[in-house]
Design a protein around this ligand. Structure first.
Ligand code: ZN
Length: 214
């Protein structure tokens, strides 16, 4: 588990850095972001949280994770707004759903960290086709600390790194996730729709043995 580097109480020499938490859908990225931000608040640091304005899945103002833990956040249209709003008075800046921002987020995070801010970014590392997503590759390359969290494959129970899209849409951005995506491991992601009959067949076999209810 990630723990914060020791930060001496020295208000004249602030030290900034960049942390990235990445993974697929349902991997617990946002829970991890909230955990770190909550710890910073306990340490009486000034915390600001931002997310792209287009991500209005659950609630306009809150960063909300699937387990309903939430923390107040500010929706912004572009990364440059983060610089304006975070200003110099913020110790820790959290950014959720970073994959939806454009590449300028990379330079904004660098400027914040250079100026002494601890920046914690959470986002999808790959899109539904397994391609690196938006500014995430450059953020991963320039971060001091990288944490990749994993979901559980709904087909076979292995660790899952892919977000498998159940709908036929070909848009890279598709919100409303629980019904539109599932977490899958590499073989089940590659198997596509064929991975589903496999688990249904297994379930039927288990049911025949009386191991599970139909
Ligand atoms: Zn699998």
């Amino acid at each position: 588990m990630f723990t914060e580097p020791h930060r001496p109480i020295d208000f004249l020499r602030r030290r900034g850095w960049l942390e990235v938490v990445c993974g697929s859908m349902f991997s617990g990225k946002t829970e991890e972001l909230i955990r770190r931000l909550t710890r910073a608040r306990i340490a009486r640091q000034r915390v600001e949280i931002f997310k792209p304005a287009l991500d209005t899945r659950y609630h306009d103002q809150n960063v909300v994770s699937h387990n309903q833990n939430s923390i107040r956040s500010t929706p912004v249209q572009s990364p440059s707004e983060i610089l304006l709003l975070a200003g110099g008075a913020t110790d820790v800046v959290g950014i959720d759903e970073a994959q939806f921002f454009d590449e300028s987020l990379v330079d904004v995070c660098r400027q914040l960290a250079d100026a002494g801010t601890r920046v914690i970014v959470a986002g999808l590392d790959m899109d539904y086709l397994g391609r690196p997503f938006g500014p995430m590759p450059a953020l991963l390359a320039t971060a001091e600390f990288v944490t990749k969290v994993h979901a559980v494959c709904v087909c076979c129970g292995e660790l899952a790194a892919y977000s498998y899209r159940l709908s036929a849409s070909e848009s890279q951005v598709l919100l409303g996730e629980t019904d539109a995506y599932e977490a899958r491991c590499r073989p089940c992601f590659l198997a596509g729709p064929a991975a589903r009959p496999a688990i249904e067949a297994a379930r039927a076999a288990w049911a025949a043995l009386g191991l599970v209810r139909r």
